[in-house]
Design a protein around this ligand. Sequence first.
Ligand SMILES: *[C@@H]1O[C@H](CO)[C@@H](O)[C@H](O)[C@H]1NC(C)=O
Ligand SMILES: *[C@@H]1O[C@H](CO)[C@@H](O)[C@H](O)[C@H]1NC(C)=O
Ligand SMILES: *[C@@H]1O[C@H](CO)[C@@H](O)[C@H](O)[C@H]1NC(C)=O
Ligand SMILES: *[C@@H]1O[C@H](CO)[C@@H](O)[C@H](O)[C@H]1NC(C)=O
Ligand SMILES: *[C@@H]1O[C@H](CO)[C@@H](O)[C@H](O)[C@H]1NC(C)=O
Length: 260
Amino acid sequence: MINEHVFNNTKFEESEILKIFIGICRGLEVMHNYKHTSNSSASGRLFSEGNDEDEALLARNETAEDDENDENDNLHLPHPATDAGTEAETNNSTEMAETIPFAHHDLKPPNVMLSAEGLSVLVDLGSCSRARIRVRTRQQALTVTDFAQEHCTLPYRAPELMDVETGAYITEATDIWSLGCLLYCTCFGYSPFEKLEIDQGANLNLAISQGKYHIPEDRNGYSKELIDLIRQCLQVKAKNRPTARDLIQRALEISRKLDV
Ligand SMILES: *[C@@H]1O[C@H](CO)[C@@H](O)[C@H](O)[C@H]1NC(C)=O
Ligand SMILES: *[C@@H]1O[C@H](CO)[C@@H](O)[C@H](O)[C@H]1NC(C)=O
Ligand SMILES: *[C@@H]1O[C@H](CO)[C@@H](O)[C@H](O)[C@H]1NC(C)=O
Ligand SMILES: *[C@@H]1O[C@H](CO)[C@@H](O)[C@H](O)[C@H]1NC(C)=O
Ligand SMILES: *[C@@H]1O[C@H](CO)[C@@H](O)[C@H](O)[C@H]1NC(C)=O
């Protein structure tokens, strides 16, 4: 649809963009807060709608990268603090449940399909794997950089995955960066960094590492609030990026204003 709009010289309605965006965020929210239980037959109920299918996809073993598996055993994957809301839910249950965030790792327009009802569906989960990686050694840094080069499409790849540093702590915020690129692309027809390269022959790696991109003055007619969502996602410091949950709230607020 993005390509058709470029070809037709038309664009998405802001409300369409928000609907697609919120759908993607909901998918990411599930992945980023994936609950692992020791009893898989009972774990479906931890998803608000008992979504067994999502779970089956997410619960797959550490993707197909056999060479990654050895490495993953050495990487320290911390037990993230579960947030208060989900804790109350699991506190009093008999199964052991812990949040193990997964990240899609290759979020880009071709990996979002629209269902017949127009709902966003995240596809191509071949790169989906544990999101949080504490990079302790030079060797681990190289392994993660290789993983990113192989799986995370360059114009959508987060700066912290460009040349992974020893001591880095990679999180699901990498998906939020990609999401910002995807939202930009939905608004303007190109990834923000692709466009810079096409227009100015800029070095893609450098532009991404420095978070250098350009928003057209006229914002293609979109609201400042919508464009602000892009800016919030495309922050070089991963810690400053909002969570999928934050973004759903902000996008819903923008939608509500449109409806008035
Ligand atoms: C582009 O134009 C064609 C021909 O008019 C139309 O069928 C198609 O739906 C348009 N695409 C979009 C995304 O609006
Ligand atoms: C998992 O839970 C089901 C009921 O929800 C129970 O029948 C089954 O024995 C449990 N399996 C294990 C391995 O605990
Ligand atoms: C996943 O891992 C388990 C044990 O860790 C193994 O028994 C199972 O065959 C693996 N499944 C796949 C699809 O690799
Ligand atoms: C959770 O468990 C603790 C003790 O383990 C208890 O004090 C607390 O009231 C429980 N919270 C809920 C919401 O059940
Ligand atoms: C769970 O909570 C209920 C009340 O909400 C209580 O009766 C029950 O004993 C609790 N179970 C455990 C295992 O704490």
